[in-house]
Ligand binder design. Structure first.
Ligand code: GDP
Ligand code: MG
Length: 163
């Protein structure tokens, strides 16, 4: 039984891009439009010699308001509940939006450990978002670029206690 890592976050923060990078195959559909990844995807990953299972959630997509509709909540709750650690992704370029805060509130009530990840941080583009992310209450975010493969060693370091 491999340790389980669930990738959580609002639409378009790069969850599927990170999943694809970790799993190394194009298993998850990536698209510019929010709401494209309809199903939850799972795949096995190896990072610096550690094997684990990754879940790409699409649960926060397909919603009409800032509240957590049932389907989304169900899927994300199920993934987080079975995970050894949740990677909570934010978009460091876009900064923190109300849905990020709502997800953060919800994650604080979960017993699963959370690693906050500021994606799209290639170059220095994400600095403002990284500062804002501190307010979410999960400490310093791990800065990565899922698209460019930057920050993977830092991500592994943050994950290591849980996998
Ligand atoms: P999801 O909805 O959270 O699964 O997000 P996706 O993985 O589908 O990505 C949404 C958009 O963000 C796509 O256009 C990706 O190419 C883009 N994206 C993902 N990761 C990065 C990154 O590290 N840097 C930048 N600049 N764009 C990214
Ligand atoms: Mg997706």
């Amino acid at each position: 039984q491999l340790p389980v890592v669930a990738i959580i976050g609002r639409p378009n923060v790069g969850k599927s891009t990170l999943f694809n990078r970790l799993v190394g195959k194009r298993l998850a559909l990536v698209d510019d439009r929010p709401g494209v990844t309809r199903d939850r995807r799972e795949g096995d990953a190896t990072l610096l010699g550690s094997d684990f299972r990754v879940i790409d959630t699409a649960g926060y997509e397909d919603q009409d308001a800032a509240s957590l509709p049932g389907r989304m909540r169900q899927q994300t709750e199920a993934a987080v509940a079975q995970a050894d650690v949740a990677l909570f992704l934010i978009d460091s370029r876009a900064g923190i939006v109300p849905l990020d805060e709502e997800i953060a509130r919800w994650l604080r009530g979960s017993t699963t450990p959370v690693v906050l990840v500021a994606n799209k941080a290639e170059g220095r583009a994400g600095e403002a978002g990284v500062l804002e992310a501190l307010a979410l209450g999960f400490g310093d975010p791990v800065q990565i670029s899922a698209e460019h493969g930057e920050g993977v060693a830092d991500l592994f370091e943050a994950l290591q206690p849980f996998i």
